[in-house]
Ligand binder design. Structure first.
Ligand SMILES: [Zn+2]
Length: 314
């Protein structure tokens, strides 16, 4: 599918979102960015129609959406009414006019609404018809989802970015989102006979299964023989996995600074989307990366890991 995804409101200036126990713009971007990653991971095309700053953001969103043929336009919001501890619930809107394809819109809206009610257990405020600009002016079928009330403690207690994004994914595509297993080939780089290599201080076992003695770790040996994933090291005459070896004199990691290049970026407790979100950071913020793994960078602050795909090097 080709999906136009709109995370509602701007981050500053005109058109900012509601504030309750949480900020609408922070939460809808949390859900939206995760949804976007899920959709792209499964081969869908996502046109990001989000606008962070504009004097006419609604117009800009619709212009982005109408620049190509979309199968569906989805706008993500949070509702607001008045501060309450009670649960308020989730609702999904379609345009209230008379137009061809209205029933198709309603089917999408109902599928999304049902998935959110089932998976997040929010109160069902049903599919509604409204005269919202982004619903009225987009050419494609369009829905606007109010992901609970940002001023309802009851609703926000149920906030779970992963569940919400997966429910939206299911409602939009009609199939459940199943996370791809985390693949670790453990292959590491390859070496050749005669290379001088250092055994990692984090290595635990030889390729044969025995524990590596502590006095071996961090030491340098000459490669005597190679196989696809391991090397026989002279001196200790033992097979060590390539993943536990680095070339002697290989440059050690130099920390560097990156600037966040997306509206809101999740900081996770590990290097990958399967790890829980620890916090979020915003566009333009700078961070020092002290370790890189599988396209993820570890923050010097210790807050966690961010996907480097959404950053640029300073
Ligand atoms: Zn809103």
């Amino acid at each position: 599918m080709i999906i136009g995804l709109d995370m509602g409101h701007t981050l500053s200036g005109a058109g900012t979102g509601a504030r309750g126990y949480v900020e609408e713009t922070v939460k809808n971007r949390e859900a939206g960015n995760r949804l976007m990653a899920m959709l792209r991971e499964k081969g869908h095309t996502v046109i990001n129609c989000t606008v962070d700053k504009s004097t006419n953001d609604l117009y800009d969103r619709v212009r982005k959406a109408n620049a190509q043929k979309l199968d569906l336009f989805v706008s993500l919001h949070l509702n607001a009414f008045k501060p309450t501890t009670s649960e308020m619930g989730v609702e999904t809107h379609i345009y209230n006019g008379n137009y061809s394809g209205k029933e198709a819109n309603r089917r999408y809206a109902q599928a999304i609404q049902t998935a959110l009610v089932q998976d997040v257990k929010w109160i069902d405020r049903k599919v509604k018809e409204s005269n919202f600009y982004v619903l009225r002016e987009t050419v494609a079928p369009a829905v606007l989802v109010e992901l609970g009330f940002c001023d309802s403690q009851g609703d926000m207690n149920k906030w779970n970015t992963e569940k919400i994004a997966a429910a939206l994914f299911r409602g939009i595509t009609g199939t459940a989102y199943v996370a791809a297993p985390v693949v670790n080939t453990g292959k590491g780089e390859t070496f050749k006979v005669g290379d001088r290599v250092v055994v990692s201080k984090n290595a635990t076992t030889y390729a044969t299964g025995q524990n590596i003695a502590s006095w071996v770790k961090g030491q340098t040996y000459t490669v005597q023989e190679v196989k696809s994933d391991r090397c026989l090291l002279s001196g200790i005459v033992s097979w060590v996995f390539n993943k536990d070896l680095t070339l002697e004199g290989a440059p050690t990691f130099q920390p560097y600074i990156v600037i966040v290049d997306t509206d809101v970026l999740n900081v996770r407790t590990g290097a990958g989307i399967s790890y829980p979100i620890a916090t979020t950071v915003k566009k333009g913020q700078a961070f020092t990366i002290v370790e890189v793994k599988d396209g993820w960078g570890k923050l010097k602050s210790g807050a966690g890991w961010i996907s480097l795909e959404y950053t640029k090097k300073k």
